[in-house]
Design a protein around this ligand. Structure first.
Ligand SMILES: *Cc1c(COP(=O)(O)O)cnc(C)c1O
Length: 398
């Protein structure tokens, strides 16, 4: 039931039904929320599959089955946050292991690797640009244990050649981890391209309504089953479990994931084209969206993404002062971190999501002070375009 094949239901159908049957007790069409922490045992060594909710909870198991199905995974674990999922994945490694991570991974992942696990687990982390094949090749060592990347990356939307990274990792038997948060399994299916583990901040597109923190780790059916088993063991051992009410909220959100993603991506494409065609007039020096032919890796994005997603990055004339004014003057794009919700957001990576990076690192990555990142929501595209037109043309596009 977890492998995609021609006779399987489509993604839209599985988003609604995967892992879910009407409740055998009452016929409820929606999965019940089991808040019980403990379950009555029928005798010594006898129970109905549940003992204590950290080890297994009926609501969480349904969500995990649905997530695994949508991602094409053998197993998925539902964690309280994206970082908790990331943290649990890193527990697969032995202390002192060599990890290669994409140079512009999400700020919180950078912090976890560089400021926490380097110290507490002795992880030896090399940061390289994964969209440069030679850099990846040069960084791999015979003892490399894990390659960790995001594609498209944040905030510059660099596209990583997933098949190439997988091929390099396999030469030394390293695990590959792809943070698929920016795409969701609707836009990109890394496990089908040979990646071992997909992680998500389900806080973003998977939940999509900015009212939940949640994380997911999903293991490929083609990866040694011992990895999935170990991840489940670690989820229980470290207590990285999503609570049942959050599980139910996320399960409901998944039902509209395909609808939302289709609208997100359609809006983003129309907005990117509008901004691109009016770059000079609107004072935009650089516009980045993987769906635009002008994106340096557009061909690669077309090959490996089923849809280009909803994130757009733009660099403006007038430096930080104008970037700030534009961000504040937008009416529908709320000035806030995070992404993937039904409402549109705008943020300033240099002072918000990427403030954790040392200034010279931000400079090196191109996270400049005139850069704004848009998370395009599912409002009517005409309203969003009008908002951007007013905001950008109203604030001195010199
Ligand atoms: C938000 C985010 C995370 C962290 O997830 P939380 O749910 O905030 O813990 C990790 N990776 C990416 C790409 C993100 O956007």
């Amino acid at each position: 039931m977890t492998n995609r094949s021609s006779n399987r239901d489509a993604f839209e159908t599985r988003a609604i039904h995967a892992g879910q049957d009407p409740d055998p007790l009452t016929g409820a069409v929606v999965t019940p929320i089991y808040t019980a922490s403990t379950f009555v045992q029928d005798g010594i060594g006898e129970n109905r599959g549940f003992m204590y909710s950290r080890s297994a909870n009926p609501t969480r198991l349904v969500l995990e089955a649905c997530l695994a199905d949508l991602e094409g995974a053998a197993t998925a674990i539902a964690c309280p946050t994206g970082l908790s999922a990331a943290s649990t994945i890193l527990e697969l490694l032995e202390s002192g292991a060599h990890v290669i991570a994409h140079h512009d991974v999400y700020g919180g992942i950078y912090r976890l690797l560089e400021l926490v696990r380097s110290r507490s687990a002795g992880l030896d982390v090399t940061f390289v640009n994964f969209s440069d094949p030679d850099a990846v090749k040069a960084a791999i060592r015979p003892d490399t244990a894990m390659l960790w990347f995001e594609t498209p990356s944040n905030p510059l939307l660099e596209v990583v050649d997933i098949a190439f990274v997988v091929e390099q990792a396999r030469k030394v038997g390293a695990l590959t981890v792809c943070d698929n948060t920016f795409c969701s399994p609707y836009c990109q299916r890394p496990l089908e391209m040979g990646v071992d583990i997909v992680m998500h901040s389900a806080t973003k597109f998977l939940n999509g309504h900015s009212d939940l923190l949640a994380g997911v780790a999903a293991v490929s059916p083609n990866t040694d089953p011992a990895v999935a088993e170990k991840l489940r063991f670690l989820q229980n051992s470290t207590g990285a479990v999503m609570d049942p009410i959050a599980c139910s909220t996320l399960l409901r959100s998944l039902k509209t994931l395909p609808l939302r993603m289709e609208r997100h991506a359609g809006n983003a494409m129309a907005i990117a084209e509008f901004l691109d065609q009016n770059k000079e007039r609107l004072g935009i020096t650089r516009l980045t969206y993987p769906g635009l032919a002008s994106h340096p890796q557009h061909e690669l994005a077309k090959r490996q993404m089923t849809s280009f997603g909803a994130m757009i990055t733009m660099q403006l004339t007038g430096g930080q002062a104008r970037a700030n004014k534009v961000a504040q003057s937008l009416r529908l794009f709320a000035y806030a971190v995070s992404l993937g919700g039904v409402e549109s957001l705008v943020q300033h990576p240099a002072s918000m999501t990427h403030a954790i990076l040392p200034p010279e690192r931000r400079e090196m990555l191109g996270v400049t002070v005139n850069l704004l990142r848009l998370s395009v929501g599912i409002e009517h595209v005409d309203d969003l375009i009008a908002d951007l037109e007013t905001g950008l043309s109203g604030v001195g596009a010199e």
